[in-house]
Design a protein around this ligand. Sequence first.
Ligand code: NAD
Length: 291
Amino acid sequence: MEIKSVGVVGAGQMGNGIAHVLALAGYDVVMNDVSQENLNAAVSLIKRNIDRQVSRGKVEEDAAAEAMTRISTTLALPELGQTDLVIEAATERETVKIAIFEDLVPHLKPNTILTSNTSSISITRLASRTDRPEKFMGFHFMNPVPVMQLVELIRGIATDESTFKACLAVVEKLGKTAASAEDFPAFIVNRILMPMINEAVYTLYEGVGSVKSIDESLKLGANHPMGPLELADFIGLDTCLAIMNVLHDGLADTKYRPCPLLTKYVEAGWLGRKTQRGFYDYRGEVPVPTR
Ligand code: NAD
């Protein structure tokens, strides 16, 4: 089945990036969120980001204008029912995702493929709450979506081959590269990346280093393009904590215990760049370490 239209649930940092690349690749995109403000902000941000690509000569002006006409928004989830593929990119909380799929299912065309951009939650478990586990899989983009080359494709236990192939064709049309991962907690990238970020937070918590020295050490000493704490702020500390909890619960190994300091930042609402404060304070001209 050829995918022509895509519904994106959640217009946050991932949802807007996903809508951006899909529209540029020629898909009709309907974005849904519970907040009109977030939908408006996502469309303006997509416009700004596509305009930047035009000014850098990466996208033609006509293609940019056309892409923007392909994006529509709605507060009504059932409107996504007529699309060929749904990519759910709402908040990383299983109850939120299950409620979305349960609300959406009665409105879906029989052939619509359902996917989740979850960073860590079991695809098989999410699929079991729908009427089509064979047409359900993980479609995991990396952040920022327009820049990052990889998409992890995760089959649930029941995902059929035609669903996998249809999603692979979308990844290829986006000009990105797919990595196939098995459905175990946090898949491949975050299984490796999040324990490193969590360890960086422990290193801070135990006073081994400051925010600045930890980030500088990994940048200059391990050639990472961003320090782990800077990266955590970029991802969102709530998302990092949610992924560590999934690893801890799903693999039942204390080595995945979320650092209490990470929990404390999330409790404070210091979620990183998206709330202007995390391991750095972004409210001034330059980011200032908060510890
Ligand atoms: P975000 O907080 O920026 O955005 C989440 C959006 O979902 C918000 O706009 C919120 O209003 C919306 N939302 C919440 N409940 C909803 C509902 N019931 N219906 C519709 N919309 C709803 O989060 P994000 O960083 O964009 O993450 C979204 C998903 O993508 C998560 O599953 C996350 O694990 C995954 N992900 C995140 C990253 C990352 O680096 N941030 C990378 C890959 C995957």
